[in-house]
Ligand binder design. Sequence first.
Ligand code: SF4
Ligand code: FES
Length: 253
Amino acid sequence: MTLHLKIWRQKNREDKGQMADYTLENVSPDASFLEMLDQLNEELIPQGVEPVAFDHDCREGICGMCSLMINGQAHGPEAETTTCQLHMRKFSDGDTIVIEPFRARAFPVEKDLMVDRSAFDEIIAAGGFVSVNTGNAQDANAILIPKEQADLAMDAAACIGCGACVASCKNASAMLFVSAKVSQMALLPQGQAEASQRVQNMVKKMDDLGFGNCTNEAECEASCPKGIEITNIARMNRELLKAAVTSKTTPTV
Ligand code: SF4
Ligand code: FES
């Protein structure tokens, strides 16, 4: 395949950045999107052109690093697929593909297609964990959890923290991400002891970092590579309301 690529090039955080055009030939339809970018870089380096910087790690749909807007869609055109698991056979010979970084005030562009998503780490550090001692491993049925509840918690835990939800949202809201992290623990008994403090701290940190609010557009759900549902946002809002009404604590972060 021959592809015409329009790629965002930006030297550093301060640089204004601009689109650059490249034509890439002999792209295998079986290559992944990131392998296609590797191929481009292998051609740019001998020409003395700075290779295109982009985020990646596992290349197996697990780590959440591969953050690209492809033709205006986070992770590209295929539903529930990360960029690293998107294959070039989804495109046609001669296509023009526009490749940009995820854009949000809380995700500054570091270089080219790389963005700093450490704001997500700060939200997790504000409360996305269980710190109480839960003791030794229990017998299998010592803590009873309905199957439906366990399934919902597992579904929420599938979030890989990629940031596509933020990049797709016109408000740059992080509520799908935060609600997945709140839900996975709110649904299980081990998460209850710190539930009030957790939801208050995580939501406050999300707001402080400059993420916007949810206006129920559902773009986040549509772009999520792991199928996280916006019902988690409703659950998070209920948890927040419950914490505000019943808890004596206030956010501590
Ligand atoms: S909710 Fe989905 S889109 Fe958002 S960070 Fe998690 S996996 Fe990525
Ligand atoms: S590189 Fe890890 S999810 Fe894509």
